[in-house]
Design a protein around this ligand. Structure first.
Ligand SMILES: *Cc1c(COP(=O)(O)O)cnc(C)c1O
Ligand SMILES: [Zn+2]
Length: 409
């Protein structure tokens, strides 16, 4: 058991410190609160980390859980960083890695923040949890809630993929399909959090929740032998994952685990919902909300990104860039990634690969750069988006039919 003084919340805008409490907005300036650590806490050596079990919890000094008996761990994180040579040759780049987060317990990276947030809910003694979701968070929160023995309430737009709804329902969650956008579902979840004292993982537990996603950045630097790549490309909706990856990497530098945290953090969004990309390209400091997202990439359809300003700042500070992709570009990237590397992603997960292709063609990314594409969710939940894909035929049970169909001799 650690002391509470080691972890506390602080306003990201005005710096006002708050204790180790359940809160998410600053009462002075309405800024977002984020987790901070006393410097002593982040002192851990590479070899100590390397000897630990292969899950996101191997980085526990960087995670704001105090009582480790409250940990809800169903195996999130420590996913493979795959050297993608065949895909690299296709795209014309020399060094490419895929951070394969399709293989988490509920098949998206959302298991990382959910594992942490549901653990914190237990630590704060909350009696129920929930989330506002674009699809993947629903399954992740529901699964961790099941493992923690807590009821779970999911708010999501009624337009999300059926598989994602069914998945969360099977873990035992109560699903509320809101007739409206993600932002409508999110607002409703925030009201419910206040009124009924539910621990909504990405609303009132948000400062703790986002810390879970830092582990994706920490794993990337560890798996590269404790150093950063030139660039990391991140599928982006609210901007939380992108910001967390960078926070994790800068904290690894402060802890002395890496000597240099320079890495160009690059944001990929669907064209029909790309408020952060738009602000970046227009050199604006304001992330203008998109009222009606228009994209099949449901998991990234957040019109009013909660961490949009922070993500924009990270992209600029780190020397990265931001790019929007059409739905067709994302769907093609799914098929390219699957057929070259054997990794089946959803369009929202493979959008990082689509972004790399586009940025290479535009000359905005150098062909000699070392790039990591984060692939954040599995394509098994979205196969219906590819009705024409692949080579599927029906044949009679006869060898001659095989010869004809496959043109073998
Ligand atoms: C939620 C999600 C993201 C983006 O997450 P944010 O932290 O909201 O930016 C990326 N990819 C997939 C597959 C997701 O489900
Ligand atoms: Zn403040």
């Amino acid at each position: 058991m650690l002391s509470e003084a080691q972890v506390f919340l602080r306003c990201r805008e005005c710096g006002k410190p708050f204790g180790h409490i359940l809160a998410y907005v600053c009462d002075e300036c309405f800024g977002a609160l984020e987790a901070s650590y006393n410097p002593g806490r982040l002192s851990v050596s590479r070899s100590v980390i390397e000897a630990r079990p292969r899950s996101m919890w191997r980085y526990w000094e960087f995670l704001p859980l105090i009582d480790h008996s409250k940990k809800v761990d169903i195996g999130a994180g420590y996913t493979q960083l795959i050297k993608a040579d065949r895909l690299a040759r296709k795209l014309g780049i020399s060094r490419l890695y895929i951070k394969n987060d399709t293989v988490n317990p509920t098949f998206s990276f959302k298991d990382r923040p959910s594992s942490l947030a549901v653990s914190k809910a237990l630590e704060f003694g909350l009696n129920s949890v929930g989330c506002a979701s674009t699809g993947n968070l629903a399954g992740a929160t529901a699964a961790h809630a099941a493992a923690a023995g807590l009821p779970c309430y999911v708010f999501m737009p009624s337009s999300v993929e059926k598989t994602k709804i069914k998945q969360a329902a099977l873990y035992g969650a109560q699903i509320l399909l809101v007739e409206g956008t993600y932002d409508d579902a999110n607002r409703l979840a925030a009201l419910a959090a206040d009124r009924f004292e539910v621990g909504i993982v990405n609303v009132n537990l948000r400062p703790y929740y986002v810390e879970g996603s830092k582990t994706m950045g920490l794993e990337i630097v560890e798996q590269l032998g404790w150093r950063t790549p030139d660039r990391i490309i991140v599928p982006t909706a609210s901007g939380a994952l992108l910001s967390a990856i960078y926070k994790g990497i800068t904290e690894a530098e402060h802890a002395g685990l890496i000597s240099d945290c320079s890495v160009a953090i690059t944001c990929a969004q669907p064209l029909g919902c790309s408020p952060i990309v738009r602000a970046f390209r227009e050199n604006s400091d304001r992330v203008e909300p998109v009222r009606q997202p228009d994209t099949i990439v449901q998991s990234l359809a957040i019109g009013d990104p909660g961490d949009g300003y922070q993500a924009l700042k990270v992209v600029r500070e780190s020397g990265g860039t931001a790019v929007a992709l059409t739905d067709d570009e994302s769907l093609e990237a799914v098929e390219l990634l699957a057929s070259t590397e054997g990794i089946l992603a959803e369009p929202g997960g493979a959008i990082s690969v689509a972004a790399l292709k586009k940025l290479l063609e535009a000359g905005e990314v150098g062909r000699d750069e070392e790039v990591v594409c984060c692939v954040t969710g599995s394509g098994l939940k979205t196969v219906e988006l590819h009705p024409e894909a692949g080579n599927v035929r029906i044949i009679p049970p006869a060898l001659e039919a095989v010869r004809k169909a496959l043109d073998l001799r």
